[in-house]
Design a protein around this ligand. Structure first.
Ligand SMILES: C[S@@+](CC[C@H](N)C(=O)[O-])C[C@H]1O[C@@H](n2cnc3c(N)ncnc32)[C@H](O)[C@@H]1O
Length: 423
């Protein structure tokens, strides 16, 4: 039996509805190839409903599970050095930190989290969950054998002792694997995973997932992700993802601009936990599953009592402060989560030093964080032009060691988002 004309398109439409994925030409080609291999005889829609192995192969064909260890390292370093110590200081004694990598691909991201927790000295008081819509990706994550490509970042190479060579691949050390719980979950479906030991997640990473979702799916998923956060919990999305604060129905969420320019989000401390997301009641949490593979590590209590570092704020500006000084002031305010105050200094910096690329990038970030999308779009485009005019590997002053090439990419990605946001 061969499949009727149009069946391929109907299967794609079904996938788009079920997983919320925007289907493009690349997906179609991959799916056609996989269908040719696993079910050339047809009957796809029926098998999708009844045959788990077939469903897994089809979902895997359209899921873009590209990931690597220590991706977006500036965010991760902020998580390790600022967010985790801050949460430890704020949460009650005995609280186990709850971290969730939503859309975790083959496990690179949740395993990276486990490594960061160990480096922050809090691995023995934290739980890490990774979920993905693709059962095949979750299964690959559980085997934890990776290609060199997944370890391509310098940060992963600096930690090569965590990976043992294994037949042309690299096997992640068993103690890291044992500290992470990987499960299949579709972000379009309720119930959402429940943290093992708390009313909500302290940290959710949902990076490079939202950009693949349809607008309808975003409106479903983003409010639920935010509702899954505990009060004071953090949401990390990737630079190329649509901003969660722009999604209708999302509850209060503060944008926090990182010293290196990216933005992450925090649910206000005062927001009640377990808010109801949009029209759909948030499900009662399933009883926590035991973690059979989890091992307790040695106590790190002595090392975890690090208070959140207070952002050091320069004194008020002198009348003769120049563009770079105003830019530094704006960046310090952004890093302290005070974008409205940063905006004035960033505008002054861009006015006083019109060719200073970091001033325009900072202005874009401050404007974006305060909802001034047209200003942000213009500033990001100017920043991209100015960074492009520099040598790509020049380390940029006022930007914590980032290169001009990386900052040009960042400015361009933001400019694209704010091109759409400005209309
Ligand atoms: C590009 S990867 C990102 C992996 C990792 N978060 C990162 O930033 O490197 C996107 C992942 O999102 C998953 N995904 C897409 N739609 C999903 C959905 N509806 N529910 C759960 N995961 C989904 C895909 O299967 C894929 O593994």
């Amino acid at each position: 039996m061969t499949e009727a004309p149009g069946a391929h398109g109907r299967l794609l439409a079904q996938l788009e509805r079920r997983a919320g994925l925007r289907i493009d030409r690349g997906h179609e080609q991959r799916l056609a190839r996989v269908l040719g291999q696993v079910a050339p005889e047809g009957g796809w829609r029926e098998r999708f409903g009844s045959d788990a192995a077939f469903r897994s192969a089809v979902i895997d064909a359209v899921a873009i599970d590209e990931s690597y260890f220590f991706r977006h390292h500036a965010q991760l370093e902020y998580l390790r050095d600022v967010v985790l110590p801050g949460l430890v200081a704020e949460r009650p004694a005995g609280h186990r930190l709850q971290l969730w990598s939503a859309g975790c691909a083959d496990g690179e991201e949740p395993y990276t989290l486990a490594v960061l927790l160990a480096e922050a000295g809090v691995a023995d008081r934290a739980d890490v969950l990774g979920t993905d819509v693709s059962p095949a990706a979750v299964e690959r994550g559980r085997t934890a054998r990776y290609s060199r490509w997944a370890l391509r970042s310098r940060r992963a190479q600096d930690r090569s002792h965590l990976f043992d060579p294994d037949g042309g691949r690299f096997r992640l050390r068993a103690e890291v694997v044992a500290s992470v719980d990987l499960r299949t979950h579709n972000l379009m479906d309720l119930p959402y995973p429940a943290p093992t030991a708390a009313p909500g997640f302290d940290v959710v990473l949902c990076r490079n997932v939202l950009l693949h979702l349809t607008p309808d799916a975003l409106a479903v998923v983003v409010p639920r992700l935010v509702a899954a956060l505990a009060a004071g919990g953090w949401l990390f999305t990737a630079p190329a993802d649509p901003s969660p604060v722009a999604v209708p129905g999302t509850g209060p969420l503060d944008a926090v601009v990182l010293p290196t320019g990216g933005v992450v989000y925090r649910r206000p401390d005062t927001a009640p936990t377990a808010r109801v997301p949009v029209a759909t009641p948030f499900p009662v949490a399933a009883p926590p599953r035991p973690h059979p593979r989890r091992r307790r590590r040695r106590s790190v209590a002595a090392r975890v009592a690090t208070p959140r570092p207070a952002a050091s704020m320069p004194p008020p500006p002198a009348a003769d402060e120049d563009g770079p000084a105003r830019c530094a002031r704006a960046r310090a305010l952004l890093a302290a989560g005070r974008p409205a105050e940063a905006l004035g200094h960033a505008m002054a910096a861009a006015f006083l030093s019109p060719d200073l690329a970091p001033a325009h990038l900072t202005l874009g970030l401050a404007a974006a964080a305060t909802g001034r999308h047209a200003v942000a779009g213009r500033a990001f485009r100017r920043a991209a032009e100015l960074f492009d005019a520099m040598a790509g590997d020049d380390v940029v002053e006022l930007a914590e060691g980032e290169t001009a090439g990386a900052l040009a990419d960042l400015a361009r990605a933001h400019a694209l988002l704010h091109l759409e946001g400005a209309t």
